[in-house]
Design a protein around this ligand. Structure first.
Ligand SMILES: Cc1cc2nc3c(=O)[nH]c(=O)nc-3n(C[C@H](O)[C@H](O)[C@H](O)COP(=O)(O)OP(=O)(O)OC[C@H]3O[C@@H](n4cnc5c(N)ncnc54)[C@H](O)[C@@H]3O)c2cc1C
Length: 356
């Protein structure tokens, strides 16, 4: 695509910001980037930055060192059942834990994002209708419109692309807290299993701050009894879905990030996979190969959703037989190096150059 092409990016979450930064780096000069919100995300939402994101995408953007400095390296995961240690996995390469608000602050620095502008309408011919904060309506035509506008994407709805999949019934809860003493050292994340299919995750997001989250409405209830929360910085209840857009490209519009796919937090893939959509999209754009990007990325994400959904369903199944299987898997099968490698490669994608 011509570097003078008119491009509209709808949405300035981590995915839209990554895309904008990459387009700028490649010399695209007519990028308009809007977001309906007046400020960037204030919440820490997605906290896991995987290897491919850190060592390929952020490195290319010259931001890898800042992420390493401001993030917390997670070196291992421990799996426990009612405080009994089942297994410890040491990661071949660390995972960078950092709040999404900081991720967006770094990615968005010096980018000319126009905030307070809402996209009301787009079509496959590249027409867009935008509403400014003062109520003024603007209409224009673009060579390319990118929907990076999150799960409820207006771009996806306007071009009539179905969001296929399912919604999980559980209400999830999360808290970012400071404890009276650390449940683990900050470089070790903890996953606990309880009866009734409840999972509890504890992971540091700073030297003294921890993210606690669970597939139950009250994650605090499942914390080890000997630790107390001293302060809570953010808490939320939310629902989780496993969905994928029927197509990622239609006419002059493309979808990426949560607008194209959404998954359970298992594996921490949501934001990473979206940033990878943007990274590979720019490579495809330079080769005028958007259709092939769209089908490859969709195939890749479908497979990832299959894994995250299967793992989530398996580990949260109730009943004695599943409990036995889960313990067996974690105590014996997960010790096999080849299995650990497959899982690490699946979620963290170390130093792969492409996602085809
Ligand atoms: C409570 C919570 C916890 C989460 N935890 C994790 C986690 O632990 N790990 C993980 O990987 N993921 C997690 N996620 C998901 C993660 O936040 C998303 O995957 C990620 O934000 C996707 O980025 P995005 O840029 O595609 O979309 P978003 O971050 O949703 O950004 C979309 C942007 O589009 C803008 N927008 C929407 N509609 C319009 C419109 N009509 N006009 C203009 N602008 C518009 C919005 O204002 C927003 O800024 C969590 C999400 C939530 C809500």
């Amino acid at each position: 695509m011509d570097k003078n092409s008119k491009i509209l990016i709808v949405g300035a979450g981590p995915v839209g910001l990554t895309l904008h930064r990459l387009l700028k780096k490649e010399g695209f000069t007519r990028v308009r980037h809007i977001d309906k919100n007046l400020t960037a995300a204030q919440e820490s939402r997605a906290i896991a930055i995987h290897t491919f994101t850190l060592e390929v995408i952020l490195k290319e953007l010259g931001l890898q060192e800042e992420f390493k400095q401001r993030g917390t390296p997670i070196q291992r995961f421990i799996f426990e059942e009612k405080n009994e240690l089942l297994h410890t996995v040491t990661l071949p390469r660390f995972l960078c834990s950092i709040g999404q608000n900081i991720t967006e602050e770094i990615l968005g620095r010096d980018l000319p994002v126009q905030r307070g502008i809402e996209c009301l309408y787009v079509d496959v011919h590249g027409n867009a209708r935008l509403k400014r904060q003062d109520g003024l309506i603007e209409e224009d035509q673009y060579d390319l419109i990118v929907g990076a506008d999150g799960t409820h994407s207006i771009v996806r709805q306007m071009i009539g692309v179905d969001f296929l999949g399912k919604s999980y019934v559980q209400t999830w809860s999360l808290k970012d807290v400071q404890f009276d003493h650390s449940p683990t050292d900050p470089q070790t994340a903890m996953i606990q299993f309880f009866d009734d299919g409840v999972l509890l995750f504890i992971m540091a997001i700073g030297p003294k701050t921890f993210r606690v989250f669970s597939n139950s409405p009250d994650c605090e209830k499942f914390l080890p009894k000997d630790i107390k929360i001293e302060s809570t910085y953010w808490s939320a209840n939310y629902h989780v879905h496993c969905r994928i857009a029927k197509t990622y490209a239609k006419g002059k519009c493309v979808l990426m990030g949560d607008a194209a796919h959404t998954s359970s937090p298992v594996g921490g893939t949501g934001m990473n996979s979206g940033m990878e959509d943007a990274y590979l999209f720019v490579k495809a754009l330079l080769k005028d190969d958007i259709q092939s990007w769209a089908s490859k990325r969709r195939r890749y994400e479908k497979n990832l959703l299959f894994w995250t959904d299967s793992i989530y369903e398996f580990f949260t199944k109730k009943g004695g037989f599943h409990r036995f299987l889960r313990r067996f898997l974690l105590k014996y099968v997960m010790k096999i190096g080849a299995i650990q490698k497959v899982l690490f490669n699946k979620f963290s994608r170390p130093l792969k150059k492409g996602a085809s």
